[in-house]
Design a protein around this ligand. Structure first.
Ligand SMILES: NC(=O)c1ccc[n+]([C@@H]2O[C@H](COP(=O)([O-])OP(=O)(O)OC[C@H]3O[C@@H](n4cnc5c(N)ncnc54)[C@H](O)[C@@H]3O)[C@@H](O)[C@H]2O)c1
Length: 266
């Protein structure tokens, strides 16, 4: 129970990564505020945590809207007295090339991925400062934020922006003893997310066939699952990481460290 007594906000609690992060934090004793623009994702994640014996609150919130973010942080404070941990996970995936990307879609992707993280960090950090909480903030990035991926201009740009957002916010908040670190997932094994969706009562969905066989390309020969990201998030959120700030934790089975022309499992 490494997070006993702590309150954690997790944004973007779909059955995939956000659900896995929220469940992993709850398993370590955190009370979890499940936040999503999709009310079903917020409520079903909170219900699932409560069914497993945890304590959770669902809050519907669009993280790009400052009024809604302030209200969401206020609800967490009123329900639980404060916030110790924020996991900025909400994101818009996928995209198009620089040649094709419509401005409207670019603006929305940057608004959710970058501005949403800024707004949640700003208002949660203000509450932490007000209450003297030595909090931990985690920003979910992507290996696509470390490299140039074709056909994904808005996603790559926003996720790489988050890497330096993390370092700059860590500097702003260091004197308040609030730590800010990022967590880099990569192409994720779909199985656990599908199982969680079934546990939330959702109908089965067909697994999409990607154009790349990620498993053969990743050095460890298997892809991480949300539970692997959750273990790193628990560590970063816990007092075990009390001297770690401004870092990026890659949970990517070696993807970014790989010498680029080597195809390990071909
Ligand atoms: N799936 C992967 O392989 C992968 C790889 C690397 C990084 N990531 C990152 O992990 C995070 C979660 O990814 P996922 O695969 O679980 O995606 P997902 O689409 O299943 O979940 C994203 C969640 O964010 C929510 N969201 C979107 N816009 C929002 C807004 N304006 N306000 C509040 N919530 C909003 C969505 O409703 C959804 O629940 C994202 O930040 C993503 O970039 C995913």
């Amino acid at each position: 129970m490494r997070l006993a007594g702590k309150v954690a906000i997790v944004t973007g609690t779909s059955p995939n990564i956000g659900g896995g992060l929220a469940g992993g934090l709850a398993d370590e004793g955190a009370r979890v505020v499940c936040v999503d623009v999709d009310t079903g994702n917020a409520e079903q994640c909170a219900d699932w945590i409560r069914r497993r014996g945890g304590d959770a609150l669902a809050v519907a919130c669009d993280v790009t809207d400052e009024t809604q973010v302030e209200a969401m942080v206020g609800r967490a404070r009123d329900a639980y007295g404060g916030v110790d941990v924020l996991i900025n996970n909400a994101g818009v995936l996928g995209g198009l090339s620089v040649l094709e990307m419509p401005l409207e879609r670019w603006n929305r992707q940057l608004a959710v991925n970058l501005t949403g993280t800024f707004l949640c960090t700003k208002h949660v950090a203000r509450l932490m400062v007000e209450r003297g909480t030595r909090g931990s903030i985690v920003v979910v990035v992507s290996t696509a934020g470390h490299q140039g991926q074709a056909g994904n201009i808005g996603y790559c740009t926003s996720k790489s922006g988050l890497l330096n957002f993390t370092r700059a916010a860590a500097m702003d908040l260091a004197r308040h003893r609030i730590r800010v670190n990022s967590l880099t997932p990569t192409a994720t094994d779909p199985e656990e997310g599908l199982e969680r969706a079934a546990a939330w009562g959702r109908p089965p969905t067909a697994r999409g066939a990607g154009s790349l066989d990620f498993r053969t390309m990743v050095p460890m020969g298997r892809l991480p699952s949300p539970r692997h990201y959750a273990r790193s998030a628990v560590f970063l959120a816990s007092d075990d990481a009390e001297m770690i700030t401004g870092c990026d934790f890659r949970v990517d089975a070696g993807a970014i460290a790989k010498y680029w022309p080597w195809v390990p499992n071909a």
